[in-house]
Each structure stands twice: as structure tokens, then as C-alpha cells.
Design a protein around this ligand. Structure first.
Ligand code: PGA
Length: 249
């Protein structure tokens, strides 16, 4: 059983979203996988209407504000996302952190807000190339994880963690299955020591960064990799299905 998640980023108009779902055929792969798609907010309702034809596809929001409502022009609340059809929230994606300056403290606020609003958080962590070259992978991902996990302490409920090395996102460079396994082992051990063995074992750890139908099987077979978070290759129904087929293998 693998989690196959698609992060559409700022792609896919409502019309393109409809076309994607019309072309998507998960019949062969659905039994072995859990599917989550993160459309842009304006396409969420259309995705929900299309996805309703296949209740096995769940939807999420790519980012959210931590306040329940208010004068926050351009932001989306958890409640708006839920009503539009989301049940997951990506939090702390590297583009939020590095392009929009999102901090660990803001990530923590969003994790708490997601839980409050009934969304399952998908917490993203990952090091830059500079940090990897400096041998700081574990330090960086553990710092990012700690901020989010602190916010989860004491609360029940599901969450997921996505390890997405920044240098592998949208670059065509993929972490090796060994790199992914090593980072995931670090994350799993930290979850075990902070939240306990049961929480650590039931939390899916996803790998993200240039995943495609050709490399998905090796990444999904790596130790501690429970699924993938796919950007570019999730925009096409055939390639998304190809990645899911790797998860079903
Ligand atoms: P990519 O993006 O698959 O296009 O590298 C992954 C992500 O940012 O979630």
C-alpha cells in the first residue's frame, strides 16, 4: 500500500482539471494505493466534483493560513478548503519556505490550524544542495520536523511527512533510493523518540523530488518510503497512473 500524492502547484485550470479526471483510469492500481491530489485552490471544487465520481481519490490544499478567518487578502483558511473538498493540507512545502519565506514557526501554526479545521497535515521537510554538501541533511530535516511535531504533541490524529530535498524538486535530479531511505530512517527514528513507536509506524513518509514513472518503483521499494509526492509528473493522467502502477507492484 503506497500513498501516491500529486502536487499540482500553480498548474491546472478548472477546465484542465476536468480533463485530467476524465482521462484518469485507476482501475488497475487502485487496490494497492491511496491517492491524494493537491490542485490549486480555484480548481479544488471542480476536482471535488470530478473526484466524487471516484471516492478513492482524496484532495488537499497546497497551503493554508493559520487563522480561522479575517483580513488576510489572498489567503485561504482551512474551513474554506474543507468546504471546497479538501481533506489534506500540504504544509511547509519548500517553495513556501524558500520562495515565500515561510518559517518553521509559521509551519507549526499551520499544522495546529490544519488539525483544528479537520485537515490532515502533510508536513514537508528537505535540505538545500548547499546544506547537503555541508553534511547538514539530518540537522536541517530534524529541525524542520521538530517544529511541526512540537505542534502535534498531545493531539491525536493522522499526519504524513514528505521528505523533499530542495535540489531534487523540479530539477530532474532525484535522490537515490539510498539517500531517500537514509533521510526517512532519520525522520522515523525522530518520530519514534518524540511521539512513540505507534505514531512513528503509522505515519506515512513520502519521498518527493523529480519522481516519474521510470524511477518511482525503485524509490517506492526503498526502506522506509511509504509513498511519493509528485509535482511535474502528476499533471498528466497517464504518467500519474504509471507512478501508481509502480506503487502497486
Ligand atoms: P517535482 O515536484 O516532482 O516536480 O520535482 C515535487 C514537489 O515539489 O512536490
Amino acid at each position: 500500500m503506497a500513498v501516491i500524492a500529486g502536487n499540482w502547484k500553480m498548474h491546472m485550470t478548472p477546465r484542465e482539471t476536468e480533463a485530467f479526471f476524465a482521462a484518469l483510469d485507476l482501475t488497475e492500481v487502485v487496490a494497492h494505493n491511496e491517492f491524494i491530489i493537491f490542485p490549486p485552490v480555484a480548481s479544488l471544487a471542480v476536482a471535488a466534483a470530478c473526484g466524487a465520481r471516484d471516492p478513492r481519490i482524496q484532495l488537499g490544499i497546497q497551503n493554508m493560513h493559520w487563522e480561522e478567518q479575517g483580513a488576510f487578502t489572498g489567503e485561504t483558511s482551512g474551513q474554506i478548503a474543507v468546504e471546497a473538498g479538501a481533506s489534506f493540507a500540504l504544509i511547509g512545502h519548500s517553495e513556501r519556505r524558500h520562495v515565500f519565506g515561510e518559517t518553521d514557526a509559521q509551519v507549526a501554526l499551520k499544522v495546529v490550524a490544519a488539525r483544528r479545521d479537520g485537515l490532515i497535515p502533510v508536513i514537508c521537510v528537505g535540505e538545500t544542495l548547499e546544506e547537503r554538501r555541508a553534511g547538514r541533511v539530518d540537522e536541517v530535516i530534524l529541525r524542520q520536523l521538530a517544529a511541526a511535531v512540537q505542534a502535534l504533541k498531545g493531539g491525536e490524529g493522522r499526519f504524513l511527512v514528505a521528505y523533499e530535498p530542495v535540489w531534487a524538486i523540479g530539477t530532474g535530479e532525484t535522490a537515490t533510493p539510498e539517500d531517500a531511505a537514509a533521510a526517512h530512517a532519520t525522520l522515523r527514528a525522530e518520530l519514534e523518540s518524540t511521539l512513540g513507536i505507534a505514531a512513528a509506524l503509522r505515519t506515512p513518509l513520502l519521498y518527493g523530488g523529480s519522481v516519474n514513472p521510470a524511477n518511482a518503483a525503485d524509490l517506492l521499494a526503498a526502506a522506509e518510503v511509504d509513498g511519493v509526492l509528485v509535482g511535474g509528473a502528476s499533471l498528466d493522467a497517464v504518467s500519474f497512473t504509471g507512478i501508481a502502477a509502480a506503487g502497486a507492484g
